[in-house]
Ligand binder design. Structure first.
Ligand code: BG6
Ligand code: MG
Length: 213
C-alpha cells in the first residue's frame, strides 16, 4: 500500500463539532457586540483557540488585555462544552468508520492530529477514545496549524516517516500544515476546493480507496 498511516484531523473530519465551534464563537461575539459570521468562522478552522479569538477580534475596535482575552476564550470554551455534553457517536461524520475499518483491515495505522484541547473528551463521547493508534492534539503542541507540529508529532507517536503518512483535513490551515510536514493530504468539506490538496472528496464517504494502492 502507498501509505503506512493515515492521520485524521478531528473537528469537521471525524465529528461534526465545527458547527458547535461556530455557535460558541457566535454567542461570545453577540455578548461583546462584535460582528461575526460563517465566513469569518471559516478562518478559525484548524487554528488554536487563542488564534481563533484573534480572528474574531479583528472586527472590534477595542484593545484587550491578555487577561480579557483569556477570559473571552474561556467563556467561548464553556459555551462550546455545553454542546459537547450531548455529543454522541451519531455525530461521527459520514464514511469515517467505513474508511478507518478499511485502513485497519489493510494494516494501515490511524492517528488523530487536531489543534483542539477538547480532543480527549470528544473522542470519549463519540466512543472512539481507544480506537486510534495515537492521538496528537492541542494539549501536546506549541504551534497550531498551519505549522506541521501536530502531524509530525502524530507520525512520531506511531513510528512512521512523514512521507509514509496521509493526512485528512477540512481546513485550509490543515492542508498547509500537512504539506509543510512533507505529507500527502485529502481535502474534505471546505478543504475539498483547496488546490494544494493531493486528493479532494466531498466527504469520507466519497473516498476512492484506489488512492491508497
Ligand atoms: C480545531 C478547530 O480543530 O480546534 C478550531 O478547527 C478550534 O476551530 C481549534 O479553534 C481549537 O479547539 P479547542 O477545542 O481547543 O478550543
Ligand atoms: Mg478541522
Amino acid at each position: 500500500m502507498k501509505y503506512k498511516a493515515v492521520i485524521f484531523d478531528l473537528d469537521g473530519v471525524v465529528v461534526s463539532t465545527d458547527n458547535y465551534h461556530y455557535q460558541g464563537w457566535k454567542r461570545l461575539a453577540d455578548d461583546e457586540n462584535i460582528y461575526f459570521d460563517r465566513k469569518i468562522n471559516e478562518r478559525q478552522r484548524g487554528v488554536s483557540r487563542m488564534e481563533s479569538l484573534d480572528v474574531l477580534l479583528e472586527k472590534s475596535d477595542k484593545i484587550y488585555t491578555t487577561e480579557q482575552k483569556i477570559e473571552m476564550a474561556t467563556r467561548k470554551n464553556e459555551y462550546y462544552k455545553e454542546f459537547l455534553k450531548d455529543l454522541t457517536p451519531d455525530e461521527i461524520l459520514p464514511g469515517v468508520l467505513k474508511f478507518t475499518e478499511f485502513l485497519k483491515s489493510k494494516g494501515i495505522k490511524i492517528a488523530i492530529g487536531s489543534s483542539s484541547k477538547n480532543t480527549p473528551s470528544i473522542l470519549k463521547n463519540i466512543g472512539l477514545d481507544s480506537y486510534f493508534d495515537a492521538v496528537a492534539d492541542g494539549n501536546s503542541i506549541k504551534n497550531s496549524k498551519p505549522d506541521p507540529e501536530v502531524f509530525l508529532l502524530a507520525a512520531k507517536l506511531i513510528n512512521e516517516a512523514p512521507e509514509d503518512c496521509l493526512v485528512v483535513e477540512d481546513a485550509d490551515a490543515g492542508v498547509e500544515a500537512a504539506i509543510a510536514g512533507g505529507m500527502d493530504v485529502i481535502g474534505v468539506g471546505t478543504a475539498s476546493s483547496n488546490k494544494n490538496a493531493t486528493y479532494s472528496f466531498a466527504d469520507l464517504n466519497c473516498v476512492d480507496f484506489n488512492i491508497l494502492k
